[in-house]
Structures are given as C-alpha cells and as structure tokens.
Design a protein around this ligand. Sequence first.
Ligand code: SF4
Length: 187
Amino acid sequence: MDLVGIDTRLRQSYPHELDGGRRQRVGIARALALDPEFIVCDEPVSALDVSIQAQVLNLLMDLQDQMGVTYMFVTHDLSVVRHISNHICVMYLGEVVEMCPSKELFTNNLHPYTKALLSAIPSIDINQPMQPIPLKGELTSPINPKPGCRFYMRCPYARGGCSEQPQKLEEVSDKHFVACCRVHEIN
Ligand code: SF4
C-alpha cells in the first residue's frame, strides 16, 4: 500500500468505498504483487479525471524507475502516449501500421493513418492551429477484412496496388518500421 500511495487506514475498505484513483492504485498493487518484469496496462487512466490521470501516470513512471518493470501501455489518448512511451506502435484495425521511438513518431511520422491521427491532436498554439486531415470512406470489415491494406478504403494516398496485397512492416530508417507500399512516394 505504501508503494502505490494508499493510506493503510484503508486496508479494510470495500471497492465502493474508494474513489477511482485509489481503485486504480489497488489494481497496480495487485499487478506488482506478482513481482512482474512486464505489465500490460490496458487503458489504465481513461476513466479518470485529468488530475488523477496525472497522479497515476507519475506513479507508474516512479514504479518503473524503482522496479525496472516494462509496460505495454494500450490507450487512445495521444497526450498520454507522448508522456509515457519510449517506443510506440500505431495500430489500425488490429494491425501495427507504424512502430518507432516515441520522439521519432511525433516529429517524423510516415504512415498516412498516423499522420491523420496526429493531425487531430488539439493545438493550444494560436500560431500553429490544428489542421486535421479528414478521413472519408468506410472501414474495412474487421471480421472479414479484404486482402490488401486495411486502410485502403479511407487512405487519401490509396492506389490500385494497395488493395492487392497485405502490407508488411518494413524498416525504413533506424528502428522505424512502416507498413505501407507507398511510404517513400508519400514522404
Ligand atoms: S498501402 Fe496504400 S492505402 Fe495503405 S496506407 Fe499506404 S498508400 Fe494508403
């Protein structure tokens, strides 16, 4: 309880007596009790308000420094991704489309889906307002996807060849992998 910052007076509390942040700390404590090397954190802060999110994220990072544990952090929140990640995988319909060190992704993103995703992050800089890239078209069926690129129906750069073969991840620069056959033309 000390390690995850829960007061020991709450030792006998029931879950409904704890607030969301404390309940999340209990979840972290339960994972740490197994002394793991690797923890999968699936949307661990999405249900929390912003100030509690920051507390839980800082706790996770402190514990990582103390215990050397590795996290796989699953989230839709790009500001959280940026704050906590060393390496990032961007997924579209169940497939990794881009994978690289965190800083590289935010400065030199190469896959069309990653570009659209990051363009939707709100900007607080009035000199650089956000310029979202609109995505049109329909989603490929996730249950029975077509054989080619899964982003084909919505990609502004799609060409005939994109729909013919699955796109495989290729290393386009040091530790930077992209699954798009047109990556060099587009960038
Ligand atoms: S392979 Fe084609 S459709 Fe898929 S992301 Fe690249 S350009 Fe777009």
